[in-house]
Write a protein that binds this ligand. Structure first.
Ligand SMILES: [Zn+2]
Ligand SMILES: [Zn+2]
Length: 322
């Protein structure tokens, strides 16, 4: 299999094994996974820190690819809001094995199923002789293909089929017909607002930027400045009052429909569960011992503080590239 061990443009690292299996292997997908050194065949489309992603990256890199974890998995997205010592811990885990970082909120964030763009699938089939799952299409907060400006497909509206496991659909179907009922699978057609479009473009920018050590410290300075807090926490009564008021504003800023699109098991009347993520000390306290928080929650906070400021999308993207 080594002679076909190459990633396609913007291909999702974990899903590449399912594509290789589809093209060249027989038997069960889990056997192909094991052959390539991956231990899990059941995994979410946006796992953040995972030893399978680290070992698959090294495997492709030994075959000539470069910077695989950042370019084909969630490396940049997962690490951008880490403290400097956590960056070191991740590098250790990637290169020599070691404890993986736990990310608060990772089980609550959507999507749970694999998604694709119908136009990308058609073009990929023509250009590469196969369809495949793209990394950017699996990002939380992203609902459209950035290349074709089309809504992503996440299953069949007719019978409810979704790709929760890659064994159910190794690659997106060329004809886009549902493998269960044979009907055309339509694209995402639910609540989507201007604010969600901002989350989408920021999520893509973060996933595509090169590794940004120091971004979190810069983020904390900006957030504290916008909330009217001292750069270094002083924990007196007036600062606590200011913080409480700012957190209340943050928690009530996003409409329940929007939060329900991002977090699991939240219906419109239960959006306060998502609001709990928006009170996590990682959002504003540089000294908190809490584990890293899911990047999506930081992105929502950045959108909130920029609502009436003049930071443009271009400046934001540039900051990501610093
Ligand atoms: Zn597309
Ligand atoms: Zn169907």
């Amino acid at each position: 299999m080594n002679n076909i061990l190459h990633l396609l443009p913007e291909e999702h690292l974990g899903a590449s094994v399912a594509r290789l299996h589809h093209l060249a292997a027989v038997g069960a997908l889990e056997h192909t996974m094991r052959r390539l050194g991956a231990s899990k065949h059941r995994f979410r489309p946006h796992r953040l820190f995972d030893e399978d992603d680290f070992s698959l990256s090294l495997l492709y890199e030994s075959n000539g690819a470069s910077d695989v974890w950042h370019q084909h998995a969630m490396g940049s997205y997962a690490t951008v809001f880490l403290k400097k010592d956590e960056h070191i811990q991740v590098d250790e885990a990637r290169l020599r094995g070691g404890p993986l970082l736990n990310v608060f909120g990772k089980h609550a964030v959507l999507p749970c199923c694999w998604r694709w763009c119908v136009s990308c699938a058609e073009e990929d089939e023509v250009e590469f002789g196969t369809t495949y799952y793209h990394r950017d299409h699996q990002l939380p907060g992203v609902f459209h293909c950035d290349k074709h400006h089309m809504a992503l497909t996440d299953g069949c509206q007719e019978c409810g089929f979704t790709v929760e496991l890659l064994m159910h659909q190794n690659v997106p179907p060329v004809d886009n017909l549902c493998p269960h009922c044979g009907k055309w699978m339509g694209a995402f057609d639910r609540y989507f607002s201007e604010e969600m479009a901002k989350v989408e473009s920021r999520s893509l920018a973060l996933a595509r930027h090169p590794q940004a050590i120091g971004y979190y410290e810069d983020y904390i300075r900006r957030i504290r400045g916008r909330a009217g807090l001292n750069p270094t926490p002083i924990n007196n009564v007036s600062e606590r009052k200011r913080l409480t008021s700012w957190l209340d504003d943050l928690g009530s800023y996003f409409p329940p429909d929007m939060l329900a699109a991002y977090f699991q098991n939240i219906n419109v009347s239960q959006s306060n569960r998502a609001s709990n993520f928006l009170r996590n000390p990682r959002l504003f306290d540089p000294n908190t011992p809490r584990p890293p928080l899911h990047p999506l929650v930081h992105i929502l906070t950045e959108i909130f503080v920029q609502q009436d400021s003049c930071i443009s999308e271009r400046e934001f993207t540039e900051r990501c590239h610093e």
